[in-house]
Design a protein around this ligand. Sequence first.
Ligand SMILES: NC(=O)C1=CN([C@@H]2O[C@H](COP(=O)(O)OP(=O)(O)OC[C@H]3O[C@@H](n4cnc5c(N)ncnc54)[C@H](OP(=O)(O)O)[C@@H]3O)[C@@H](O)[C@H]2O)C=CC1
Ligand SMILES: O=C(O)C1=N[C@H](C(=O)O)C[C@H](O)C1
Length: 265
Amino acid sequence: MTIRVAIAGARGKMGSEAVKTVCNRDGMELVAALDYKHVGESLAELEMFPPNLDVPIFTDLTQLITETNPDVLIDLTNPQSVYEHTKVAMLHNVRTVVGTTGFTDEQLEELTVLAKENKIGCIIAPNFAIGAILMMKFAKEAAKYMPNIEIIELHHDRKLDAPSGTAKKTAQMIAEVREERKQGHEFEEETMVGARGADFEGMRIHSVRLPGLVAHQEVLFGGDGQMLTIRHDSYNRESFMGGVMFCVETVMTLEELVYGLENIL
Ligand SMILES: NC(=O)C1=CN([C@@H]2O[C@H](COP(=O)(O)OP(=O)(O)OC[C@H]3O[C@@H](n4cnc5c(N)ncnc54)[C@H](OP(=O)(O)O)[C@@H]3O)[C@@H](O)[C@H]2O)C=CC1
Ligand SMILES: O=C(O)C1=N[C@H](C(=O)O)C[C@H](O)C1
């Protein structure tokens, strides 16, 4: 069976890589792209894609679904659009693989309920790179023994959300095994706002944004006279594509929402 795939955000850094990957993948067909503005009738008209890539572009998701009948929508857009896309797709019985970050906890909760009610598969993966999943899993394990933790995530300077979805997910996974605790000492004071980063149950999260970076994260564990560092680096967007393909294939077998690749690997 060929999986019919649509991509929202196809012109973007991740979306364009996903277009390439889906087109080269046996057992998948790219049937449509979703954009929020009219950039042409077909991907073939865009300079960044080969002139024979005759894949229609839609600005309306419902119309895209009605006319091209995709099995899976991959969303690689932005925090403002992703919730609505995922919801509309689910309500039209289209499975979703979501890489876009920046969901609120309430949105995640609502989509979880909606997926269950409609018995429709959805995977929301804050990070598709296998190395990043392992970094999060190892960090969760280390936190059982070393609960004083600071997370430093480093990304390119076009990123919209901070902290990154990966940093948030890392903190959530660690929180499953670490009791909330204040780190440092009670007299600590910020003399410049933000100096100590964001506070997640006492762990601190720091977001670095610089040109030249792609996606990187360090989790630092401090102990008496020692420090453990767990680090992952994505040097390009190909690093995410194995995970995207795995999710497209896996979501076809699901009837619920899964948040995080670590739950299905
Ligand atoms: N889960 C993972 O492993 C990864 C997740 N990400 C996440 O994926 C998302 C995309 O990242 P990235 O590719 O770097 O970002 P880009 O800004 O490069 O790409 C986003 C694309 O989506 C388009 N877009 C915006 N709104 C809509 C909409 N409503 N419908 C259709 N297209 C839309 C943008 O158009 P325009 O530019 O014209 O506004 C742009 O082309 C981010 O949330 C990022 O955090 C990134 C890397 C890995
Ligand atoms: O915006 C990005 O680039 C990335 N976003 C995801 C996140 O917020 O964690 C995944 C990866 O870090 C790249």
